[in-house]
Ligand binder design. Structure first.
Ligand SMILES: Nc1ccn([C@H]2C[C@H](O)[C@@H](COP(=O)(O)O)O2)c(=O)n1
Ligand SMILES: [Zn+2]
Length: 174
């Protein structure tokens, strides 16, 4: 009998986006993105971070004050689009931890991505996100939050046999 507690495609790809977010050095908000073809093949991933050659230890990470992170950070969605390295994104889906801003919405529309599955919309009330939704609506890009019954997924980096996780052996199957 096949397993029945496997994760859905949406849970899988959002899981990849959330894992990518764990690479972010932003102390306040970590965002990850995963772009997927209509055939459910991962085309690219990205997370919010500085452009290459701009040191994480030199540029600011502050939200307020004389110098902030905002002019420097590349958003997760844009990084994922740029990381696709010329792959065709037309008709693709974007899984993202945070609803795309107006600047990323422009890149999403222009790249041909047709659907956005997001995790959080914590800045929904800002002018930026309202402008983003206005453009996405005009361009016919669909968006909706992730639908899942799952509260969490645990990744265990210990080998199953050493973590005490019961394994089905070939003998059990017979
Ligand atoms: N859709 C988004 C929205 C924001 N980001 C990045 C940009 C910043 O690094 C961080 C937001 O920082 P906060 O104002 O919450 O301190 O998230 C992104 O990558 N994608
Ligand atoms: Zn953005």
């Amino acid at each position: 009998m096949k397993r029945t507690d496997y994760i859905s495609w949406d849970e899988y790809f959002m899981g990849v986006a959330l894992l990518a977010a764990r690479r972010s050095k932003d102390p306040n908000t970590q965002v990850g993105a995963c772009i997927v073809s209509p055939e459910n093949i991962i085309l690219s991933t990205g997370y919010n971070g500085l452009p290459c050659c701009c040191s994480d230890d030199v540029f600011p990470w502050e939200r307020e004050g004389a110098e902030t992170k905002y002019p420097y950070v590349v958003h997760a969605e844009l990084n994922a689009i740029l990381n696709a390295g010329g792959r065709v994104l037309r008709g693709a889906r974007l899984y993202v931890a945070l609803f795309p801003c107006n600047e990323c919405a422009k890149a999403i529309i222009q790249s041909g991505i047709r659907e956005i599955i997001y995790f959080s919309d914590k800045y929904a009330e800002t002018a930026n996100i309202r402008a983003s939704k206005r453009m996405l609506d005009a361009a016919g890009v669909r968006y909706h939050p992730l639908q899942t019954e799952l509260a969490s997924i645990t990744l265990d980096f210990r080998a199953p046999e050493s973590a005490g996780i019961p394994q089905k052996s070939d003998a059990d199957e017979k």
